[in-house]
Design a protein around this ligand. Structure first.
Ligand code: ASP
Ligand code: MG
Length: 458
């Protein structure tokens, strides 16, 4: 338990607010009220205001026209200054905002001459710099002691720009040294998504990484809970935009939530669960727009463990089909293939094999902060040296998430009955008791999800 208040034992909550929750002044003000309602919420992690990271990503693109570059900077400035102008005392953060915006301008100009990953990451990090400065000001405006804290002081990562790996031990030491002493006198607002390597260069954790940042800080602080405030009231049995009868889930286990996040439930960055599991920190997901609706608690142990918990979908899947006769009664083919993929930092999702074929699915979530895809020419070339490679795109992965799926009779019959009219490109079941996955054409994904949800949940 954290003992930052004069050594007394009390609970500490890390609250994270996503981009839509910080889109404008009114949204920020609602988030501030959520924080003020709970004195245990000492650390606040923010994303960039909605849209800002996308604009910054476009600024990192190759050969961007000067006119477009200026326009993008203006759009970012417009979002941020609109919030600033709504503050009671805008003067207080105006200079800070000015300096961040000129940094954006300098970096984007520099990238035009010399595209390099460290500068790209520094540029991408500026959205969170703006939102944290503004949000701390909103809290102060409500009479609360609060300041913005540069997370790069504590969020140590490796130097894999665009998708940096956090260094857990160091983060916990730095947090104890630099962050904990601040918490007794004020609330701290800090940036999600970004970190720094050991030379001090800014890094990013990959798109949507703020949830992960919040969980990492919670782990380092030994917090009692992480709250993820977003634009939906928790985790649903499926995406309500696909199946309107989807219902909210009050409580779900880490294992189920990890499968859901990995297989497409957009509410949580998949890596968020890792630090929470390591420290058994419970995670709450709720809507900052409608906090009164409650949300979902993700816990180590839950009372209810239904066979069918949710159906998720993840689009934009790539299927890699590897064929080689060398595989026949041979050893080491898979080892070699996976070593190649590992060298290219590719994480594989689903795998099926036959005697002379291996099929793997890859996902865009594995791409870096700049959205650069996974399948590089050099990787394909390397793989082609020892097998025949075929790439299929336009696929969607539909996952049925739950409990004891692999040991409950009748699951397959029920699922395949629903899938009968559809072409299922690949099936994975059995490795985990918590899921059954099918790969279908992206154009059929919504139909498949709706049919499964209707059959299993409605
Ligand atoms: N601002 C970053 C992004 O849009 C990180 C986040 O929102 O979690 O990806
Ligand atoms: Mg997000």
């Amino acid at each position: 338990m954290s003992a930052f208040r004069g050594g007394s034992v009390m609970s500490l909550i890390v609250a994270k607010f996503g981009g839509t929750s910080l889109a404008d002044y009114a949204a920020m003000s609602r988030c501030a009220d959520i924080i003020l309602a709970n004195p245990d919420t000492r650390v606040v992690v923010v994303s960039a205001s909605s849209g800002v990271t996308n604009l910054l990503v476009e600024l990192t693109h190759k050969n961007i026209a000067e006119e477009r570059r200026i326009q993008l900077i203006k759009q970012i400035a417009h979002i941020q200054f609109k919030i600033l102008d709504s503050l009671g005392n805008p003067q207080e953060v105006a200079a800070r905002l000015d300096s961040v915006l000129s940094r954006i301008s300098v970096l984007s100009e520099e990238l035009g001459q010399n595209r390099n990953k460290p500068s790209m990451d520094e540029l991408l990090a500026q959205g969170e710099q703006c939102s944290s400065a503004l949000f701390a000001a909103v809290l102060r405006e409500k009479g609360e002691a609060a300041s913005a804290f540069d997370v790069r002081q504590v969020m140590r990562t490796d130097s894999h720009f665009g998708r940096a790996e956090p260094q857990i031990e160091t983060i916990s030491q730095l947090t104890a040294e630099f962050l904990v002493p601040l918490l007794s006198s004020q609330r701290i607002v800090t940036q999600g998504f970004i970190g720094a390597d050991d030379t001090g260069a800014t890094t990013t954790l990959g798109r949507g990484g703020s949830d992960y940042s919040a969980a990492l800080l919670a782990e380092a602080l030994k917090a009692t809970a992480v709250e993820i405030w977003t634009d939906v009231a928790g985790i649903y049995t499926t995406d309500p935009r696909i199946a309107p009868k989807a219902s909210p889930i009050a409580e779900i286990s880490f294992n189920e939530a990890a499968e859901m996040a990995t297989f497409g439930a957009k509410v949580l960055h998949p890596a968020t669960i890792l630090p929470a599991v390591r420290q058994k920190i419970q995670v709450f997901v709720g809507s900052s727009r409608e906090p009164e609706l409650g949300g979902t608690w993700i816990r180590h142990q839950v009372e209810d463990t239904p066979v069918y918990r949710a159906v998720t979908v993840r689009r934009d899947q790539t299927l890699l089909n590897l064929h080689s006769l060398q595989m026949l009664h041979a050893q080491g083919f898979l080892a070699e293939t996976f070593a190649t993929l590992a060298r290219h930092k590719i994480s594989v999702d689903l795998i099926t094999t036959s005697e002379v074929n291996v099929s793997l699915t890859l996902d865009k979530t594995g791409s870096d902060s700049g959205g650069n895809g996974l399948l590089s020419e050099s990787l394909l070339q390397e793989l082609s040296q020892h097998c025949h490679v075929r790439v299929e795109e336009g696929l969607a992965l539909v996952a049925i998430v739950g409990n004891k799926i692999a040991s409950t009779p009748g699951v397959c019959r029920r699922v395949f009955e629903v899938l009968e009219p559809h072409n299922v490109r690949m099936i994975c079941q059995g490795a985990s008791p918590h899921n059954l996955c099918v790969l279908v054409a992206e154009s059929e994904a919504a139909l498949v999800v709706r049919a499964l949800h209707q059959n299993l949940f409605e």
